[in-house]
Write a protein that binds this ligand. Structure first.
Ligand code: SME
Length: 148
């Protein structure tokens, strides 16, 4: 998995900051991550809008559109401003199921001008320990932030 994440990082580093193309770049970056993690993965962004987290660009099956702050892995990651990973989603109570296929999940806060503005959410279709990959996922999140 580390090698896959390193390849994703190398590829998405190539996108230059460009105001006109940022939406297009963001979509392509999410698509690239999704393709490399596999067709049953899910990767997307929940943006903070008027006190709630709203589904924004994503790749994968249709997902929950509104998440309250503090609810689920996404809402808790936002409320606590921390990276949260869940190796096995069946083991936690504060989990919002959008797709039965998802078995593990990592959420990373995204910042703009030092303010938390969104969450990058990745679901994998298998139980998985993210511990050794936090650094790589955080680097990916830093690149995604450029195109918010
Ligand atoms: N599982 C998330 C909800 C979002 S989906 O994974 C796309 C959660 O518990 O917050």
């Amino acid at each position: 998995m580390k090698e896959i994440l390193e390849n994703i990082l190398l590829a998405i580093k190539g996108y230059e900051k460009d105001e006109f193309l940022k939406e297009a770049h963001l979509g392509n970056i999410l698509s690239f991550i999704h393709q490399n993690l596999g067709k049953d993965s899910w990767v997307g962004i929940y943006r903070f809008v008027e006190g709630k987290l709203i589904l924004s660009s994503f790749q994968g099956t249709p997902a929950c559109e509104i998440i309250k702050i503090g609810k689920g892995v996404v809402g808790t990651s936002f409320a606590n401003k921390e990276v949260i990973y869940v190796n096995d989603v069946s083991k936690i109570e504060n989990y919002i199921c959008c797709d039965e296929k998802a078995k593990s999940e990592i959420c990373l806060p995204l910042y703009k001008d030092d303010n938390i503005v969104a969450i990058l959410d990745v679901d994998l279709p298998f139980v998985h320990d993210f511990k050794e990959e936090i650094d790589l996922y955080s680097k990916i999140a830093k690149i995604v932030e450029i195109f918010l």
